[in-house]
Design a binder for this molecule. Structure first.
Ligand code: FE2
Length: 186
């Protein structure tokens, strides 16, 4: 993988992250793990014609917004709460002329968040549905759940049991949606 990758995603990441920093290392390692898992998932649904090149690029870029958040454990000292990194990433990629990739950023939190849940939970993000719709948006969101970003470990693998336990704790049907994805993508 990656040998045919256009330099575009990396160029954009380099605009905002210092390649010598740990945050950059975490972002890129996480992005690559998510890209591989998302492409593996997409291979299970060839009838949906997933765009593999796009999945790889969007996976690398999906967390680009984290530097604008106040997340010291990832070396990020922005002013926004972490939950904002999805829509902030969308804004960055729209500015970069990548509106399709931008939607992957906005729609990858949890298994997607509805406008209703945003209002109910008082999340400090725009009140609109942030739910992965296209197969490409869905595989990146799905794959992302398997990998956490970690200052010490750089990347941490999450087992299916851990993922489901966390999603069940939300009590909003997220775990069921994840299980549906498992049937489709494994
Ligand atoms: Fe992620």
């Amino acid at each position: 993988m990656f040998n045919k990758l256009s330099t575009r995603p990396l160029d954009i990441i380099h605009e905002y992250y210092d390649p010598g920093s740990r945050t950059y290392e975490i972002l890129l390692r996480h992005g690559k793990l998510v890209a591989q898992k998302a492409m593996d998932a997409a291979k299970k649904v060839p009838h949906l014609n997933p765009d593999m090149n796009f999945i790889e690029e969007a996976a690398l870029l999906h967390d680009i917004g984290i530097f604008q958040t106040d997340t010291p454990q990832l070396g990020c000292s922005g002013k926004y709460p972490y939950v904002c990194h999805g829509y902030l990433g969308r804004e960055l990629l729209e500015k970069a002329g990548l509106p399709r990739h931008a939607l992957v950023c906005e729609r990858h939190l949890g298994v997607g968040i509805s406008a209703e849940e945003i209002i109910k939970n008082g999340f400090p993000v725009p009140e609109r549905d942030m739910i992965p719709l296209s197969v490409e948006e869905q595989v990146v969101c799905y794959a992302d759940k398997f990998f956490s970003k970690d200052w010490t470990l750089i990347a941490k693998n999450n087992s299916e049991e851990e993922i489901i336990r966390v999603l069940e704790s939300y009590g909003n049907g997220s775990a069921e949606k994840f299980k549906e994805w498992q049937m489709l993508f494994e």
